[in-house]
Write a protein that binds this ligand. Structure first.
Ligand code: ASP
Length: 292
């Protein structure tokens, strides 16, 4: 990881820990930490989000509160600096869990979530024939690029996520992404899907996933890890078992932040690297891109 990314991760950990010591609930701490990473432009989330094959940034995010099992998520939202805040607002201000596409963007605007600066010229509408032609071209382009997808995924900027345990014993998890490196317009990954990209339950723990969304969805990764925690497995063992199954059954790769309700913690990945860190207030934060 770059020195800038390492500094930014450290800043998020220090700020998150400071908020926890002030008695702020874990769900707010997770949001605050992720907002720092989204605004940096150094990760694949918020300002730094990947573009889909039509050159549009469409972002996904979700957050879950382990006290209540309440969750909020947004999928395919555009020009929003903090998708994680939009997700939290879906959780707090609506009876729903997930809002998607243009209405989700409008909801974020209505709630005055900060906008991303416009990048590049305004998109022109192509008309129905033009749109069909454009879709066919994109599907072909996608096929041509797909074979290199996994390699590129390993080398690209990374999705952001966080888990936290507060002084009252409540856990929370969140994640925010601009998706994978090569993707068709409209593609949505695991990140906004509660139970796939994130899960949090005070009776088990908190989990936030990164990696190939298509694989993470197919094994319902976050909820599966949480179930293993509930059965008394350690975070390391629970993550390793699930990641091994994900590789064996889907051929994909992923990484996980796992925090048990009792405070045991692990960062595990089967991707070549995973820029991540942790801190419990002792010494200085640990930030690395290998956790084995
Ligand atoms: N899981 C994200 C997605 O598939 C990407 C990532 O974590 O790098 O959209």
């Amino acid at each position: 990881m770059s020195a800038g990314q390492a500094r930014c991760l450290e800043q998020a950990l220090v700020e998150g820990y400071r908020l926890l010591t002030e008695g702020i609930p874990s769900v707010q701490v997770v949001e605050a930490a992720i907002r720092i990473l989204e605004a940096s432009g150094l990760f694949n989330a918020g300002l730094g989000s990947n573009r889909q094959l039509d050159q549009v940034q469409r972002m996904d995010a979700s957050i879950m509160d382990g006290r209540t099992l309440q969750g909020g998520a947004v999928a395919s939202i555009e020009r929003v600096m903090h998708p994680i805040t939009a997700a939290r607002l879906v959780m707090e201000r609506t009876p729903h869990v997930l809002l998607a596409g243009t209405p989700a963007t409008r909801f974020a605007r209505y709630c005055r979530v900060e906008r991303l600066p416009r990048q590049g010229p305004m998109r022109r509408r192509a008309g129905r024939q033009g749109e069909t032609r454009a879709t066919a071209t994109l599907v072909k382009l996608y096929r041509d690029m797909a074979h290199s997808m996994r390699t590129k995924q390993a080398r690209g900027k990374e999705t952001v996520g966080a888990v936290a345990l507060d002084v009252r014993g409540a856990v929370a998890a969140g994640a925010s992404t601009g998706g994978v490196n090569v993707m068709l317009p409209g593609r949505v990954g695991d990140t906004p899907l509660i139970g796939c990209g994130v899960y949090a339950d005070d009776e088990s723990g908190a989990v936030s996933m990164t990696g190939l969304g298509e694989s993470i969805i197919r094994v319902s990764a976050a909820k599966e890890i949480a179930c293993l925690l509930e059965q008394g497995w350690t975070p390391v063992r629970a993550a390793d078992v699930l990641l091994t199954r994900l590789v064996r059954r889907t051929g994909g790769s992923a990484g996980a932040l796992v925090l048990s309700a009792s405070g045991a913690f692990a960062i595990r990945h089967v991707t070549p690297r995973m820029a991540a860190g942790h801190w419990n207030g002792i010494g200085s934060p640990t930030v690395r891109d290998h956790f084995r």
